[in-house]
Design a protein around this ligand. Sequence first.
Ligand SMILES: [Zn+2]
Length: 300
Amino acid sequence: MVHLFRMLVVTIGLSLLTVATAAPTFPTHELMGGKPFGHSVKSIGDGLYVFRWWVYRNIFLVTDEGVIVTDPMNPKAAKLLRSEIRKITDKPVKYVVYSHNHHDHISGGNIFKEEGAKFVGHKNVLKELGDHPSPVTPLPDITFEDSYTLKLGSRTLELTYFGPNHGESLVVMRLPKEKILFIVDIVTPRRVAFRAMPDFWPDEWIRSLKEIEQMDFDYVISGHGPENEPAIDLASVVAEQRVYLEDLMIAVKKAMDSGTHSPDALRKTVKLPKYENWRYYKEWLPMNIERIWAYYHMGW
Ligand SMILES: [Zn+2]
Protein backbone atom coordinates (compact mmCIF):
# COMPACT_ATOMS: atom_id res chain seq x y z
CA MET A 1 0.00 0.00 0.00
CA VAL A 2 2.78 2.38 0.99
CA HIS A 3 4.59 1.45 -2.21
CA LEU A 4 1.49 2.19 -4.30
CA PHE A 5 1.05 5.54 -2.56
CA ARG A 6 4.67 6.46 -3.29
CA MET A 7 4.21 5.55 -6.94
CA LEU A 8 1.11 7.73 -7.11
CA VAL A 9 2.96 10.68 -5.59
CA VAL A 10 5.81 10.25 -8.09
CA THR A 11 3.37 9.96 -11.02
CA ILE A 12 1.38 13.02 -9.98
CA GLY A 13 4.60 14.94 -9.39
CA LEU A 14 5.89 14.00 -12.85
CA SER A 15 2.68 14.99 -14.58
CA LEU A 16 2.64 18.34 -12.76
CA LEU A 17 6.20 18.89 -13.97
CA THR A 18 5.11 18.07 -17.54
CA VAL A 19 2.24 20.57 -17.33
CA ALA A 20 4.58 23.25 -16.00
CA THR A 21 7.11 22.90 -18.83
CA ALA A 22 4.90 21.88 -21.78
CA ALA A 23 3.82 24.19 -24.61
CA PRO A 24 0.43 25.80 -23.99
CA THR A 25 -2.51 23.50 -24.57
CA PHE A 26 -5.27 24.64 -26.88
CA PRO A 27 -8.40 26.20 -25.36
CA THR A 28 -10.22 24.16 -28.00
CA HIS A 29 -9.08 21.75 -30.71
CA GLU A 30 -12.38 22.07 -32.52
CA LEU A 31 -12.73 23.10 -36.14
CA MET A 32 -14.98 26.08 -36.92
CA GLY A 33 -17.59 23.75 -38.45
CA GLY A 34 -20.75 24.63 -40.38
CA LYS A 35 -21.39 24.70 -44.13
CA PRO A 36 -18.62 25.98 -46.45
CA PHE A 37 -20.70 28.95 -47.63
CA GLY A 38 -22.52 29.35 -44.33
CA HIS A 39 -21.56 30.76 -40.97
CA SER A 40 -20.56 29.32 -37.60
CA VAL A 41 -19.63 30.40 -34.09
CA LYS A 42 -17.10 28.76 -31.78
CA SER A 43 -16.66 29.53 -28.10
CA ILE A 44 -13.00 29.83 -27.10
CA GLY A 45 -14.01 30.28 -23.46
CA ASP A 46 -14.45 33.09 -20.93
CA GLY A 47 -16.72 35.16 -23.20
CA LEU A 48 -14.47 35.03 -26.27
CA TYR A 49 -16.00 33.75 -29.52
CA VAL A 50 -14.87 33.27 -33.11
CA PHE A 51 -17.49 34.04 -35.77
CA ARG A 52 -17.01 32.65 -39.30
CA TRP A 53 -18.83 33.70 -42.47
CA TRP A 54 -17.57 31.74 -45.53
CA VAL A 55 -13.77 32.08 -45.23
CA TYR A 56 -13.88 35.27 -43.17
CA ARG A 57 -13.53 35.30 -39.39
CA ASN A 58 -13.72 37.78 -36.56
CA ILE A 59 -13.73 37.63 -32.78
CA PHE A 60 -16.25 39.04 -30.34
CA LEU A 61 -15.87 39.43 -26.61
CA VAL A 62 -18.87 39.29 -24.26
CA THR A 63 -18.20 41.25 -21.03
CA ASP A 64 -20.45 42.11 -18.09
CA GLU A 65 -20.85 45.63 -19.50
CA GLY A 66 -21.50 44.85 -23.15
CA VAL A 67 -19.91 43.32 -26.23
CA ILE A 68 -16.80 44.19 -28.24
CA VAL A 69 -17.16 43.18 -31.88
CA THR A 70 -14.40 43.20 -34.51
CA ASP A 71 -14.62 43.40 -38.34
CA PRO A 72 -18.35 43.17 -39.24
CA MET A 73 -17.35 41.91 -42.77
CA ASN A 74 -20.45 42.90 -44.81
CA PRO A 75 -24.18 43.66 -44.24
CA LYS A 76 -25.25 40.01 -44.60
CA ALA A 77 -22.57 38.64 -42.25
CA ALA A 78 -23.09 41.50 -39.77
CA LYS A 79 -26.80 40.62 -39.52
CA LEU A 80 -25.98 36.95 -38.85
CA LEU A 81 -23.33 38.04 -36.33
CA ARG A 82 -25.87 40.26 -34.54
CA SER A 83 -28.36 37.41 -34.20
CA GLU A 84 -25.65 34.99 -32.98
CA ILE A 85 -24.60 37.50 -30.29
CA ARG A 86 -28.23 37.87 -29.22
CA LYS A 87 -28.38 34.09 -28.61
CA ILE A 88 -25.52 34.50 -26.10
CA THR A 89 -26.31 37.82 -24.39
CA ASP A 90 -28.90 40.60 -24.38
CA LYS A 91 -26.17 43.14 -23.57
CA PRO A 92 -25.56 45.80 -26.23
CA VAL A 93 -22.62 45.93 -28.63
CA LYS A 94 -20.54 48.80 -27.21
CA TYR A 95 -17.55 48.79 -29.57
CA VAL A 96 -16.74 47.70 -33.11
CA VAL A 97 -13.00 47.45 -33.81
CA TYR A 98 -11.70 47.59 -37.39
CA SER A 99 -8.61 45.50 -38.22
CA HIS A 100 -7.79 47.62 -41.31
CA ASN A 101 -9.40 49.64 -44.08
CA HIS A 102 -10.41 46.97 -46.61
CA HIS A 103 -14.11 46.89 -47.40
CA ASP A 104 -14.33 43.08 -47.55
CA HIS A 105 -13.60 42.93 -43.78
CA ILE A 106 -15.20 46.05 -42.30
CA SER A 107 -18.47 46.71 -44.16
CA GLY A 108 -21.90 46.25 -42.62
CA GLY A 109 -21.35 47.94 -39.24
CA ASN A 110 -24.47 50.18 -39.52
CA ILE A 111 -26.59 47.81 -37.47
CA PHE A 112 -24.16 48.18 -34.57
CA LYS A 113 -24.00 51.96 -35.07
CA GLU A 114 -27.80 52.05 -34.72
CA GLU A 115 -27.59 50.46 -31.28
CA GLY A 116 -25.01 53.04 -30.19
CA ALA A 117 -21.70 51.20 -30.68
CA LYS A 118 -18.53 53.28 -30.94
CA PHE A 119 -16.18 52.41 -33.81
CA VAL A 120 -12.42 52.09 -33.27
CA GLY A 121 -9.66 51.96 -35.88
CA HIS A 122 -6.19 53.18 -36.82
CA LYS A 123 -6.15 56.83 -37.90
CA ASN A 124 -5.34 55.83 -41.50
CA VAL A 125 -8.68 53.96 -41.70
CA LEU A 126 -10.34 57.37 -41.42
CA LYS A 127 -8.26 58.67 -44.33
CA GLU A 128 -8.81 55.56 -46.48
CA LEU A 129 -12.57 55.51 -45.87
CA GLY A 130 -12.60 59.25 -46.61
CA ASP A 131 -10.98 58.56 -50.00
CA HIS A 132 -13.06 55.41 -50.65
CA PRO A 133 -16.32 55.86 -48.72
CA SER A 134 -18.96 53.19 -48.37
CA PRO A 135 -22.56 53.76 -47.23
CA VAL A 136 -22.47 50.56 -45.16
CA THR A 137 -19.18 51.30 -43.38
CA PRO A 138 -19.38 53.79 -40.48
CA LEU A 139 -16.26 55.89 -39.93
CA PRO A 140 -14.27 55.23 -36.75
CA ASP A 141 -15.22 57.42 -33.75
CA ILE A 142 -11.99 56.62 -31.91
CA THR A 143 -8.68 56.60 -33.81
CA PHE A 144 -5.07 56.23 -32.71
CA GLU A 145 -1.55 56.24 -34.09
CA ASP A 146 0.64 53.53 -32.49
CA SER A 147 -1.47 51.65 -29.97
CA TYR A 148 -4.76 51.78 -28.10
CA THR A 149 -6.07 49.86 -25.11
CA LEU A 150 -9.80 49.21 -25.14
CA LYS A 151 -11.35 48.31 -21.78
CA LEU A 152 -14.89 47.13 -21.20
CA GLY A 153 -16.10 45.56 -17.94
CA SER A 154 -13.17 43.57 -16.62
CA ARG A 155 -11.77 42.84 -20.08
CA THR A 156 -8.96 44.39 -22.12
CA LEU A 157 -8.23 44.37 -25.84
CA GLU A 158 -4.91 45.90 -26.95
CA LEU A 159 -4.54 47.24 -30.49
CA THR A 160 -1.07 47.70 -32.01
CA TYR A 161 -0.03 49.27 -35.31
CA PHE A 162 3.16 47.92 -36.94
CA GLY A 163 3.38 50.37 -39.84
CA PRO A 164 2.64 49.50 -43.46
CA ASN A 165 2.43 45.80 -44.36
CA HIS A 166 -1.02 45.14 -45.84
CA GLY A 167 -2.23 48.66 -46.53
CA GLU A 168 -1.28 51.31 -44.00
CA SER A 169 -3.88 50.85 -41.27
CA LEU A 170 -3.67 47.24 -40.11
CA VAL A 171 -3.73 46.65 -36.36
CA VAL A 172 -3.04 43.44 -34.46
CA MET A 173 -5.41 42.79 -31.54
CA ARG A 174 -4.19 41.12 -28.33
CA LEU A 175 -6.05 39.79 -25.32
CA PRO A 176 -3.25 40.22 -22.74
CA LYS A 177 -4.61 37.93 -20.02
CA GLU A 178 -5.49 35.12 -22.43
CA LYS A 179 -2.34 35.70 -24.55
CA ILE A 180 -4.37 35.47 -27.75
CA LEU A 181 -3.75 37.51 -30.91
CA PHE A 182 -6.39 38.22 -33.54
CA ILE A 183 -4.56 38.85 -36.83
CA VAL A 184 -6.26 39.65 -40.11
CA ASP A 185 -4.81 39.02 -43.60
CA ILE A 186 -1.10 39.00 -42.66
CA VAL A 187 -1.30 35.57 -40.97
CA THR A 188 -3.44 32.84 -42.50
CA PRO A 189 -2.28 29.45 -41.19
CA ARG A 190 -1.34 26.71 -43.66
CA ARG A 191 -2.24 28.73 -46.75
CA VAL A 192 0.03 30.42 -49.30
CA ALA A 193 -0.32 34.22 -49.68
CA PHE A 194 -3.61 35.50 -51.13
CA ARG A 195 -3.59 35.45 -54.95
CA ALA A 196 -1.35 38.27 -56.33
CA MET A 197 -0.98 39.71 -52.80
CA PRO A 198 -3.20 42.82 -53.29
CA ASP A 199 -2.03 45.78 -51.15
CA PHE A 200 0.67 43.62 -49.54
CA TRP A 201 4.20 45.07 -49.27
CA PRO A 202 6.40 41.93 -49.10
CA ASP A 203 9.39 43.35 -47.20
CA GLU A 204 7.26 45.36 -44.74
CA TRP A 205 5.07 42.29 -44.25
CA ILE A 206 8.09 40.18 -43.20
CA ARG A 207 9.38 42.99 -40.94
CA SER A 208 5.96 43.30 -39.24
CA LEU A 209 5.74 39.53 -38.65
CA LYS A 210 9.20 39.57 -37.01
CA GLU A 211 8.00 42.33 -34.68
CA ILE A 212 4.74 40.49 -33.94
CA GLU A 213 6.75 37.35 -33.07
CA GLN A 214 8.31 39.36 -30.21
CA MET A 215 4.91 39.98 -28.59
CA ASP A 216 3.74 37.99 -25.55
CA PHE A 217 1.18 35.50 -26.89
CA ASP A 218 0.45 31.76 -26.99
CA TYR A 219 -2.37 31.59 -29.55
CA VAL A 220 -3.49 33.12 -32.83
CA ILE A 221 -6.96 33.53 -34.26
CA SER A 222 -6.76 34.39 -37.97
CA GLY A 223 -9.13 36.61 -39.96
CA HIS A 224 -9.40 33.89 -42.61
CA GLY A 225 -10.07 30.16 -42.63
CA PRO A 226 -12.75 27.80 -43.95
CA GLU A 227 -15.07 25.62 -41.84
CA ASN A 228 -12.62 22.68 -41.76
CA GLU A 229 -9.80 24.64 -40.14
CA PRO A 230 -9.44 25.08 -36.35
CA ALA A 231 -10.93 28.07 -34.55
CA ILE A 232 -7.60 28.88 -32.90
CA ASP A 233 -3.94 28.06 -33.59
CA LEU A 234 -0.69 28.06 -31.64
CA ALA A 235 1.64 31.09 -31.79
CA SER A 236 4.01 29.25 -34.17
CA VAL A 237 1.77 30.06 -37.17
CA VAL A 238 3.19 33.61 -37.23
CA ALA A 239 6.76 32.37 -37.77
CA GLU A 240 5.49 29.79 -40.29
CA GLN A 241 3.87 32.58 -42.31
CA ARG A 242 7.08 34.65 -42.19
CA VAL A 243 9.28 31.71 -43.25
CA TYR A 244 6.94 31.02 -46.19
CA LEU A 245 7.35 34.60 -47.41
CA GLU A 246 11.12 34.45 -46.94
CA ASP A 247 11.30 31.14 -48.85
CA LEU A 248 9.14 32.61 -51.62
CA MET A 249 11.33 35.71 -51.96
CA ILE A 250 14.57 33.70 -51.90
CA ALA A 251 13.29 31.26 -54.57
CA VAL A 252 12.17 34.05 -56.93
CA LYS A 253 15.37 36.06 -56.42
CA LYS A 254 17.51 32.97 -57.07
CA ALA A 255 15.68 32.22 -60.32
CA MET A 256 15.99 35.86 -61.45
CA ASP A 257 19.70 35.96 -60.53
CA SER A 258 20.27 32.87 -62.66
CA GLY A 259 18.77 34.56 -65.69
CA THR A 260 15.00 33.99 -65.63
CA HIS A 261 13.40 37.42 -65.93
CA SER A 262 10.07 36.72 -67.58
CA PRO A 263 7.28 36.57 -65.00
CA ASP A 264 5.56 33.93 -67.14
CA ALA A 265 8.65 31.70 -67.02
CA LEU A 266 9.07 32.30 -63.28
CA ARG A 267 5.43 31.31 -62.64
CA LYS A 268 6.07 28.00 -64.44
CA THR A 269 9.49 27.10 -63.04
CA VAL A 270 9.67 28.29 -59.42
CA LYS A 271 8.39 25.62 -57.00
CA LEU A 272 8.21 25.45 -53.21
CA PRO A 273 7.61 21.72 -52.53
CA LYS A 274 7.84 22.29 -48.75
CA TYR A 275 4.43 23.99 -48.98
CA GLU A 276 2.66 21.54 -51.31
CA ASN A 277 0.19 20.71 -48.54
CA TRP A 278 -0.76 24.32 -47.87
CA ARG A 279 -4.11 25.48 -49.18
CA TYR A 280 -4.13 27.04 -52.67
CA TYR A 281 -0.51 26.01 -53.33
CA LYS A 282 -1.28 25.03 -56.94
CA GLU A 283 -3.71 27.85 -57.68
CA TRP A 284 -2.06 30.85 -56.01
CA LEU A 285 1.69 30.11 -55.87
CA PRO A 286 2.19 31.34 -59.49
CA MET A 287 0.41 34.60 -58.54
CA ASN A 288 2.54 34.94 -55.39
CA ILE A 289 5.62 34.47 -57.61
CA GLU A 290 4.55 37.20 -60.04
CA ARG A 291 4.01 39.61 -57.12
CA ILE A 292 7.56 38.96 -55.87
CA TRP A 293 8.90 39.33 -59.43
CA ALA A 294 7.27 42.80 -59.49
CA TYR A 295 8.92 43.62 -56.15
CA TYR A 296 12.42 42.82 -57.47
CA HIS A 297 11.76 44.12 -60.98
CA MET A 298 10.19 47.44 -59.98
CA GLY A 299 11.64 47.88 -56.50
CA TRP A 300 8.23 47.98 -54.87
ZN1 LIG B 1 -7.19 43.24 -46.44
